[in-house]
Each structure stands twice: as C-alpha cells, then as structure tokens.
Design a protein around this ligand. Structure first.
Ligand code: ACO
Length: 357
C-alpha cells in the first residue's frame, strides 16, 4: 500500500520583500525579475530565526491538519540546505522543539529535491513496516546566505530611508543574478499507511547527475579546505552560492519531465490521467518550459513563486498545501511531483489522493 498524505501545513515569516524593495539596494527592476523569474515578492526571517523554527511551525500545522498527536509520529525527515548550524543538521532541533519522543529523525541534503527524496524515504519506511506515521518537512532560511550588509537589510525592510553606501550597492548588484530568486519558508506533510494499492504514492523515480555538481553550489566553508573557513575564503566570497543560470535552466526543463514520464510509465498511466503537476518552484520560465514539453495548460502546472520566490526544499510542500487548502486537490486527484536542483538531484513521484471515506 502506498503512503497517503494525511495532513499538510506551511509556515512563512512575516517580512515581505518586494522586487521594488530589492531595486533600492541593487541595480535591478521589478520588470527584469518578474519577466525572467516570475517572482514578485519573497519572505525573510528576522535574525536569530533558523530553518528549524520554520520547520517546527510547519509540522505543527500539518499535525493539526492530520488530526495526529506528536506522540503518533514514528519518524521525522527534515530536508534543508540551510541548517541552523553547519553540524549537526536540524532534525534533532525539530524533534525536540515538537516534543516528540526519541524517534528516528534525520536530515536529507538534496536541496531543491530534498522534499521529494524525503517523501520517497517516508514511503519506503511505511512500506517496510519500519514506521506507520512519518512527518516530512522542507524548510529553508536563505536570508543568512544573502550577501547583503546590515544597512542593506534596514533599507529592504523599510527601517531606513538613508541612501546605501556605494560599495554595498555594488556588491549587491554583483550577486543579483541569484540573490533575487530566493525566499524563506517551510512546508510539511504527515504520511500514513494507505488502505488501497491504487491510492497514495504510486511510484517514485529519484536520480542524481553528479557531473552537474557545479551548476549551483557553495564552494567555500567545507571540510575539504583547511581550515574549513578562512579570511581569504570570505574575502573571495566562497561562502556564497555560485550559479550557472543558463545551464540549470536547460537541465531542469529537460530532466523534470523525463523523471515525470518514468513514473507515468511505471504505473501505466499517461499525462491525461494527471490532474496537477506540482513542480519545484525555481522559476516561472522553467515551469513554462515544463508546460510546453508536456503540452499542458498553465492550470495543470500551477505556480506560487510570485509570492514566495524559490524556497528550495520548501517549494513542493508549500505549493501542495496551498492547492489542497484551496480545494484544487480533491479525493481521487492524481498529482505528479517533480523537482530538479543542486547536486544535481532530480526526480518525480506520482500520487493519488485517497477517495473520500
Ligand atoms: N536584475 C537585472 N539584471 C540582471 C539581474 C537582475 N537581478 N541578474 C542578471 N542581470 C543581467 C545580467 O548581468 C546580464 O546583463 P548583461 O547582458 O549586461 O551581461 C543580463 O541580465 C542577462 O543575464 P543572464 O544571466 O543571461 O539572464 P538570463 O536570461 O539567463 O536569466 C536567470 C537569468 C533568471 C537566473 C536564468 O538563467 C534562470 O532562470 N536560470 C535558472 C536558475 C534558477 O532557477 N536557479 C534557482 C536555484 S537552482 C534550482 O532551484 C533549480
């Protein structure tokens, strides 16, 4: 029996940063960002708030939605590329913050595909009788890896009308190609054993193209370097992401549909059977490419990137939660999840919402 989604939840911080706000701290425009990415605004946490805090809030909401007590959770999977600390990951912090018992709790590090990998692992744990109820959460705090100075943040959040020092403006502009894409947020699902073989998670197909590791990565602050962080590294901005935007775009548009076709083939289903494609929200133009490849109308490949930007491991569960809450997912709906991101990890999962009981 495939695992079914018993409840969903999300949490995003209150601070909203629009494209117009970004245009005050770097050489960019709302028009450029909207046309190239679809992002209109994104959320950012206050200093001192970590991805574990967002994850705790999202899982709490998902548990309430599922009508499940924390004591009923057998395993917790946390997907993030922005942990509170370099080590350990956030799973322990989330387990303790939720007051869960000493269950298995672990991080997956598959970035934009992290939630998809978590979903597959939850399904496998349930299938193999190692767990009955699994919480999976994708949570990210990208605010910390933005290259923006304290003065830039004050302008962004509307706390200062002072002109930005020229060197801050230039540095922000230097990193504008990737910094405008990201936002903070978390989404969670509670997975439970289903009752029928034709419901729940029907098939998954996970892949890794390690040769594309450098499409988007953080070259510094890693244990291959000695010391793992140095003033020279920081002076060279090696703690910041490096991105080949065009290369990512081409691979994502090709490989997400490829993985989706594999799960359809495995189940003997076709695109006509699919009600919704819930694809990683990296960029509206990537989603447009996916729609074109599949010949699907926009409503079938929905987007909420305009409101949140790319929340990496958070995008799939946040979008699914919103679709579910707004009645777009109904009993019997067939949903194809697809993701592509750093690593390069990618894949797809096919899911059928259980019939109403
Ligand atoms: N504002 C204004 N101008 C900008 C900005 C910005 N924020 N960023 C770049 N530019 C400029 C560039 O400097 C360049 O100027 P030039 O022609 O004078 O040199 C011009 O715009 C075009 O730059 P390109 O990089 O060629 O722009 P492109 O059309 O390729 O769009 C983008 C860039 C949006 C990043 C695109 O490549 C893309 O969508 N890539 C996918 C990347 C992605 O989604 N990453 C998310 C993380 S990974 C993941 O989740 C899968």
């Amino acid at each position: 029996m495939g695992a079914v989604i018993a409840g969903t939840g999300m949490f995003v911080p209150d601070n909203v940063v629009s494209n117009h706000d970004l245009a005050r701290i770097m050489d960019t425009t709302d028009e450029w960002i909207t046309n190239r990415t679809g992002v209109k605004e994104r959320r950012f946490v206050d200093p001192g708030v970590g991805s574990s805090d967002l994850a705790i809030a999202a899982v709490t909401n998902a548990l309430a939605d599922a009508g499940v007590e924390g004591s009923g959770v057998d395993a917790l999977i946390t997907a993030t590329m922005t942990p509170d600390y370099l080590a350990p990951g956030i799973a322990g912090l989330v387990q303790a913050g939720l007051g869960l018992s000493h269950i298995a709790a672990f991080d997956v590090r598959q970035q934009c595909s992290g939630f998809l990998y978590g979903l597959d692992l939850a399904d496998a744990l349930i299938h193999s009788d190692r767990a009955e109820t699994v919480a999976v959460v994708g949570a990210e705090v990208h605010a910390g890896f933005q290259p923006w100075s304290a003065a830039s943040w004050e302008v962004l959040l509307g706390n200062s009308q002072e002109p930005l020092p020229q060197q801050d403006y230039e540095r922000n502009t230097e990193h504008r190609a990737w910094s405008v894409l990201f936002g903070d947020g978390a989404g969670a699902m509670i997975l439970r054993r289903g009752e029928r073989s034709d419901e729940g998670i029907l098939a998954t197909s996970l892949h890794t193209d390690g040769e594309s590791f450098e499409l988007i990565w953080v070259p510094g602050v890693g244990f291959k370097s000695r010391p793992y962080v140095s003033q020279d590294d920081l002076a060279d901005d090696l703690q910041l992401p490096t991105m080949d935007g065009g290369g990512l775009f081409r691979k994502a548009v090709r490989l997400m549909p490829e993985a989706a076709r594999m799960v359809l083939e495995r189940t003997g289903m076709t695109l006509d059977d699919v009600d919704l494609v819930v694809a990683h929200q990296a960029n509206d133009r990537i989603l447009e490419g996916v729609r074109k490849q599949f010949g699907l109308e926009p409503e079938k490949v929905p987007s909420n990137i305009g409101s949140y930007g790319n929340t990496t491991a958070g995008t799939l569960p946040i979008l699914y939660h919103e679709l579910s809450a707004s009645g777009r997912v109904v009993p019997g709906s067939v949903v194809c999840f697809a993701a592509f991101g750093a690593g390069a990890h990618y894949g797809a999962a096919l899911y059928r919402e259980p019939a109403a009981s």
